[in-house]
Structures are given as structure tokens and as C-alpha cells.
Ligand binder design. Structure first.
Ligand SMILES: Cc1ncc(COP(=O)(O)O)c(C=O)c1O
Length: 368
């Protein structure tokens, strides 16, 4: 068990995790073979964390156990009504061997916001942080050290109560699993092509767009297939007023020729931590940053007139991806290519991997 002090902000005592080691853990040789070419989301570490919650008992029974199947009652509410939320965050190995993550307090509070929207209990942020450290304490060797490699951490929470009534579940489980991740772009960052979804929306006003909940991603799969059919890599969604929202799993950022940076902001968009960090780095360079509605017309006309000089997408998995093409049912707009997206990408990843000074105090050490 990791020993830590009472949280100074919340007064919460740390949880006491019961740790059961995986006796069938992968050998160092097998693990190294996976880490040599991990891909994304395919292999998982030897352990997982879980914490139970119930109306009566609050958060209880924190455990670290061997990674493996979860036993669920077929009537578990999540299987019927999708009461589920998740997060995505990475652990990075620095040159001195230490393991760090990036702004985990932000993921912890976003998990709480998602929980509120999905009527799930809010995991206190100190417990969230402790869960990350507990997993790294047993599976730290799974954090790869290759270029642009990381250990992707996937916290999630779901309604496990066996009850078919439609109401917030009285029993919930929080889990944390981890999966080694390779460089997202093999052979360098490449601009992506984006399909404009006209028939399907991702979120509606007052809906769950700002929450990281499985249903939003389920709803994006059909339009994403449409993107593939149209030979595009990703899909971009509009709101009911034809304002740009975001991609299936990334935020969108526009760079204007006077240096202004604009990003869509509304309560139907997931507030990305990567975007927030990149925009801070841009402000540090003197850019003016605006969060506001951007209509499809403003995007298309801005590119045509030369007012918009760069468009990029950003998120934890790919960090920053320049957008090369926007394709709709009856148009293809080539997007201007600039250098800011890749410069900010480099600056951000240098901080994450410990190659540059962490001026904003964004790193959080997981292995000490
Ligand atoms: C729908 C959606 N938007 C935006 C993002 C970017 O968020 P973050 O930068 O916190 O990864 C993600 C990815 O997590 C996402 O799934």
C-alpha cells in the first residue's frame, strides 16, 4: 500500500487498498515484447484497481487485483441504460526512469462533472489520484520508454446494481485499467481528412455532449463509418445551428492570420485537457485565444479568404493533428497548412516527457 497524508484540501484520509498480486503476471520478456510495439488499446497490464460505491456505504473496498474479467449480474443497470462514464490519461516515462502523468486533477474533476450529468457518485479527486498511483506501484514496469510511447490509463465507472427500474443505480463500481500505447503516428505526424457529418449529431442542447460517457461514443460510430466510406479519417459534428462542435474524440482549434486562436465552446462539447493546455502555451507566446461559436460558414469562408491559416484537432491520444481536408457531401476544402500546431505539439510533449521545464506545474509524479 502507498502511504500518503491526509489530503490538505478535502481533509480526506487516503484509502487503504488491499493488494492482490497477479501470480500469472507476464514475464519481463513477454512484457518487453509487447512494449516493443504496443499499438493502442490492445494489451493490458497485469493488474487493475477497483473501488465500490453504494448509497449506504459510500466509497469502500478499494482493491488492486489481477487484471481480468468483471463478473456482472445480467440485470446490471449499465447493460440496459448505459449509466457509465470514463476518462483517458497517460503516464509518461522520463529519461531518469521516473513516471509522471499530466494534469490528473483535471481528469479527476472532469470525471466528477461527467458523474454529475450521468447521476453517478462523484469520486473524490484525491481517491482518483491515489488510484493512479496504486496501479503504477504494481504495474510501473509497463510504462514504456520509447519515443512518443506512454501507458494509457483508462478510469471508468458504471452502474452495477441489478435492477431494471430506470433510476440512478444504488450500487456503482469505479475501475482503472492500463494499456501501453505506441506512437500514434508512425513515421511522423500526418494531417487528417475530416468528414462533415450532416445526418447525425453527436450531442444536443442539454444533452450529454460535455460528459465523457459511452453513449456519446456509441452515437459517433455510425457517422465515423460514414467517414471511412468517404475515405476520411475522422468525423466532425455540427450543432443544431450549424456551429462546429468537435470530432468523435478530439477538439478543434482554428488559427487566424492575425494570430488569434479560436475554439468552439458550448455545453455540448467535451472540454479537452489537451486543448486547454495547448491554448495556455499559445497564450504564453502572446496569442489571443477565444472560446466561442464557430459556424461552418465561418470555417469555410475563413479558409477560402485566407483569414484562417491553420486548423487542427487535439486530444490525449494523438496530442495534436493538423486537419488537411474537410470533406462534405458536395465539397472538398483543402485546409491551409501552418506550423503552429506542430510547434505547440512539440512544446507540450516536451513538457509531458520531462524534456522541457514544467512552468505551469502540470506534471504529477506517479511512482514516488
Ligand atoms: C469527444 C472528445 N472530445 C475531446 C477530447 C479531448 O480531450 P482530452 O484532451 O482531455 O483528451 C476527447 C478525448 O478524450 C474526446 O473523446
Amino acid at each position: 500500500m502507498t502511504t500518503i497524508d491526509t489530503d490538505p484540501d478535502t481533509g480526506l484520509e487516503p484509502l487503504e487498498f488491499a493488494v492482490t498480486r497477479n501470480l500469472a503476471a507476464k514475464s519481463a520478456a513477454d512484457r518487453d515484447a509487447i512494449l516493443a510495439s504496443p499499438g493502442f488499446g490492445q494489451s493490458f497490464t497485469d493488474h487493475m484497481v477497483d473501488i465500490c460505491w453504494s448509497v449506504r456505504g459510500g466509497w469502500h473496498r478499494p482493491r488492486v487485483s489481477p487484471y481480468g474479467p468483471i463478473s456482472l449480474d445480467p440485470a446490471a443497470a449499465v447493460l440496459h441504460y448505459g449509466q457509465e462514464i470514463f476518462e483517458g490519461i497517460k503516464a509518461y516515462r522520463h529519461a531518469d526512469g521516473s513516471v509522471h502523468t499530466f494534469r490528473p486533477d483535471q481528469n479527476g474533476s472532469r470525471l466528477q462533472r461527467s458523474a454529475r450529468r450521468l447521476a453517478l457518485p462523484e469520486l473524490p479527486v484525491p481517491y482518483f489520484l491515489q488510484s493512479l498511483r496504486e496501479l503504477i506501484a504494481v504495474d510501473g514496469a509497463w510504462v514504456p520508454s520509447g519515443d512518443d510511447q506512454s501507458l494509457y490509463l483508462r478510469p471508468f465507472m458504471f452502474a452495477k446494481e441489478a435492477f431494471l427500474g430506470v433510476r440512478p443505480a444504488h450500487k456503482v463500481a469505479y475501475y482503472l485499467i492500463a494499456s501501453p500505447a505506441g506512437a500514434y503516428f508512425k513515421g511522423g505526424v500526418k494531417p487528417v481528412s475530416i468528414w462533415l457529418s450532416e445526418d447525425y449529431s453527436r450531442a444536443g442542447k442539454g444533452g450529454t455532449g460535455a460528459a465523457k460517457t459511452g453513449g456519446n461514443y456509441a452515437a459517433s460510430l455510425l457517422p465515423q463509418s460514414e467517414a471511412y466510406e468517404n475515405e476520411c479519417d475522422q468525423v466532425v459534428f455540427l450543432d443544431q445551428d450549424r456551429n462546429v462542435e468537435e470530432l468523435g474524440g478530439m477538439n478543434v482549434v482554428f488559427v487566424y492570420k492575425d494570430g488569434t486562436i479560436v475554439t468552439p465552446q458550448s455545453d455540448s462539447i467535451l472540454e479537452g485537457i489537451t486543448r486547454d493546455s495547448l491554448l495556455q502555451l499559445a497564450r504564453d507566446r502572446g496569442h489571443h485565444v477565444e472560446g466561442r461559436n464557430v459556424s461552418l460558414t465561418e470555417w469555410r469562408e475563413g479558409v477560402a479568404s485566407g483569414d484562417i491559416v491553420e486548423v487542427f484537432a487535439c486530444g490525449t491520444a494523438a496530442v495534436v493533428t493538423p486537419i488537411g481536408t474537410l470533406k462534405g457531401r458536395d465539397f472538398i476544402d483543402e485546409q491551409p497548412s501552418g506550423t503552429l500546431a506542430l510547434e505547440l505539439r512539440e512544446e507540450l510533449t516536451n513538457i509531458q516527457y520531462g524534456r522541457a521545464e514544467d512552468k505551469h506545474g502540470w506534471l504529477y509524479r506517479l511512482d514516488a
